[in-house]
Write a protein that binds this ligand. Structure first.
Ligand code: SAM
Length: 268
């Protein structure tokens, strides 16, 4: 466990969504309580690590796409614990001079992000909650760092499945879209349970007392999140179908179809 994590907001008694994700990714920042919950999820859906690895690879392809469209400002909401190829590093690679803001509602993620980013003027880490997007978009520090008169890419990767229906995830994305200038983009990835709806309630139960509750959704419930956006080709697809840069020959992908969906929408 990284000592930087032993700080504000550190809670070792309940499973933590960011630390569980780090465990699935093969990282080092997790505790027994996280591993116990994550292992229960893995028993139900052994493909989780494949999906998460592909989610990170999708992020990399999405960043290259956004950079090619001229985007130089990135707002990553639900940033998670730092791992390999974080958004600001991909920005440095594909969009030199680009500016990144990381937002998360988990204070522990913020402690870690700030420890990592101390010396990077192009990067800011801020606490914020996706359930209240107006507060994120009005945050003075974020508005000093990003110019909302110019296009911004808002990254919502593997976070909307932690937003309950009661908080209106479709409405949240719409409110973000309305606040962005034309030429901006919203990037979404979201677990889908089309192929195995029968395990969905058990997976949801794994997160019952976690720092964030998981919400199982069908791809038909994810599609409306792109309403009002111009959906970039190839649309809302499986992670490995989004502009994959190598041939997908691994039969493992046949097993993860319709399990983790993604797409990019352009603000017109
Ligand atoms: C599974 S991680 C995803 C990390 C990264 N976006 C990725 O796709 O690799 C989800 C992150 O969302 C954060 N999160 C969950 N609910 C949130 C909310 N309502 N507002 C902001 N962050 C939230 C969690 O703390 C966690 O760090």
């Amino acid at each position: 466990m990284n000592p930087a994590l032993i700080g504000v907001g550190f809670n070792a008694s309940i499973p933590n969504a960011a630390r569980m994700y780090d465990y699935f990714l093969g990282g080092k920042d997790h505790l027994p309580v996280d591993r116990e919950a994550a292992d229960r999820a893995l028993k139900l859906v052994p493909e989780i690590p494949i999906g998460i690895r592909e989610n990170r690879r999708f992020l990399s392809r999405a960043m290259r796409f956004l950079a090619d469209q001229g985007i130089r400002q990135f707002l990553d909401i639900g940033a998670g614990l730092p791992t390999q190829d974080n958004v600001h590093q991909l920005a440095a690679r594909f969009a030199p001079g680009g500016r990144t803001v990381y937002v998360d509602n988990d204070p522990q993620v913020l402690v870690h992000a700030r420890a990592l980013l101390q010396k990077s003027p192009e990067v800011l880490a801020a606490q914020g909650d996706l359930r209240r997007p107006e507060e994120i978009l009005a945050d003075p520090a974020i508005r000093r760092h990003l110019d909302f008169d110019r296009p911004v890419a808002v990254l919502l990767l593997a976070i909307l499945h932690f937003i309950p229906d009661g908080d209106d995830p479709v409405g949240i994305v719409a409110r973000i879209r309305e606040a962005l200038p034309p030429g901006s983009y919203i990037v979404i990835s979201h677990v889908a349970v089309d192929e195995r709806p029968q395990v969905a309630p058990d997976v949801e139960r794994v997160y019952d007392n976690a720092s964030a509750r998981f919400v199982a959704r069908m791809s038909s419930e994810i599609a409306p999140m792109f309403d009002g956006l111009e959906l970039v080709e190839p649309g809302l697809v499986n992670l490995h179908e989004w502009r994959m840069d190598v041939p997908v020959t691994d039969p493992v992908f046949a097993r993860v179809d319709n399990y983790f969906m993604c797409g990019i929408g352009r603000v017109g």
